[in-house]
Design a protein around this ligand. Structure first.
Ligand code: CP
Ligand code: NVA
Length: 320
């Protein structure tokens, strides 16, 4: 059991040494304990309390794509836990070219206590994890972004007090964020409706998994193309960029294909009266969300960004 046991009596999770690759690798109970721990840690950080759960431990961040939130939240998060971060990019070490991924991972894990990795192919992350002797955290791949979704669940729980009987509508591209939302919401028992243009939906495998989780948690998964139908009575309306990192060449055509999938006043009229708007950020105002909607919901949006730190502190505290 990690040092976090000191911070919450009676928790049962024992995730020490485990990788954090995908939401579906965990039970609802473990994920709920992580969310509870994130809330405890957030309070401690706000009170300026010293936390030493990861004292003298080093987190290595290896990123193949740009990042603001993920990098900052991991770096400041591990520092708040008493440890220290190291950041390294593909340009510096070029795994697979300068040295094999297998050897890169084995060297990294001789020097540090955990790896946070952002890659294009999910298989690259999996290979790092296969050869690492220390826990590996998914800091975003083309397939999924589980750390983001843990922060999102925390944000929803903070706002509504509970996750029970909530509906989340996702409008936009069937990307890494939607994949992790599908598994995350269905595991936690949040009803999810996703509207994506034809041909831009989530992977079938992830939809099937979410449907299975939803059966156990007594919630629903709706896969649609009509944004109005998806947003109907939603408590949370979520969007993400139409063009994910690595797909920049498709940006122009996507602007045309996705034009009816913008979060704006007109679409949000269909949501529940007290809905909140979420976005993992970075946002492209005038595309997936209009300027006024973004500003109206900016408190939630930037709290959501801040919560990355506490969700990831909980994950690091548990596995390192
Ligand atoms: N939401 C998110 O992961 O942001 P970054 O790409 O800036 O890390
Ligand atoms: N879907 C986006 C998420 C960014 C945090 C991307 O992969 O670029």
């Amino acid at each position: 059991m990690g040092g976090f046991a000191l911070y919450k009596k009676g928790n049962k999770m024992n995730l020490k040494g485990k990788d954090f690759i995908d939401i579906e690798d965990f039970t609802k109970e473990d994920l709920s304990e992580l969310i509870d721990l994130a809330q405890v840690l957030k309070k401690k950080v706000k009170n300026n309390e010293t936390i030493d759960i990861c004292k003298n431990k080093t987190l290595l961040l290896y990123f193949e794509k740009p990042s603001l939130r993920t990098r900052l939240s991991f770096e400041t998060g591990i520092t708040k836990l008493g440890g220290n971060p190291l950041f390294i990019t593909k340009e510096e070490i070029d795994p697979g070219k300068r040295e094999s991924i297998e050897d890169t991972s084995r060297v990294m894990s001789k020097m540090v206590d955990a790896l946070a990795i952002r890659t294009f192919a999910h298989s690259t992350l999996e290979k790092f994890a296969q050869y690492s002797s220390v826990p590996v955290i998914n800091a975003l791949t083309d397939k999924s972004h589980p750390c983001q979704i843990m922060a999102d669940i925390l944000t929803i729980k903070e706002h509504f007090g509970s996750l029970k009987d909530k509906k989340l509508a996702y409008v936009g591209d069937g990307n890494n964020i939607l994949h992790s939302l599908l598994t995350g919401c269905s595991l936690f028992g949040i009803n999810i409706s996703a509207a994506t243009p034809k041909g831009y939906g989530a992977e079938e495998e992830t939809i099937k998994l979410a449907e299975k989780f939803a059966q156990s948690s007594n919630s629903s998964v709706e896969i649609l193309t009509d944004p109005i139908e998806a947003v109907k009575n939603a408590d949370i309306v979520y969007t993400d960029t139409w063009t994910s990192m690595g797909r920049e060449a498709e940006a122009k055509i996507r602007k045309t294909i996705f034009k009816d999938y913008q979060l704006n006043e007109n679409l949000l009229k269909n949501a529940s009266k007290n809905h909140i708007v979420m976005h993992c950020l970075p946002a492209h105002k005038g595309e997936e969300i209009d300027f006024d909607t973004f500003e109206k919901h900016s408190d939630t949006l930037f709290n959501q960004a801040e919560n990355r730190r506490y969700a990831q502190m909980a994950i690091m505290a548990a596995i390192m």
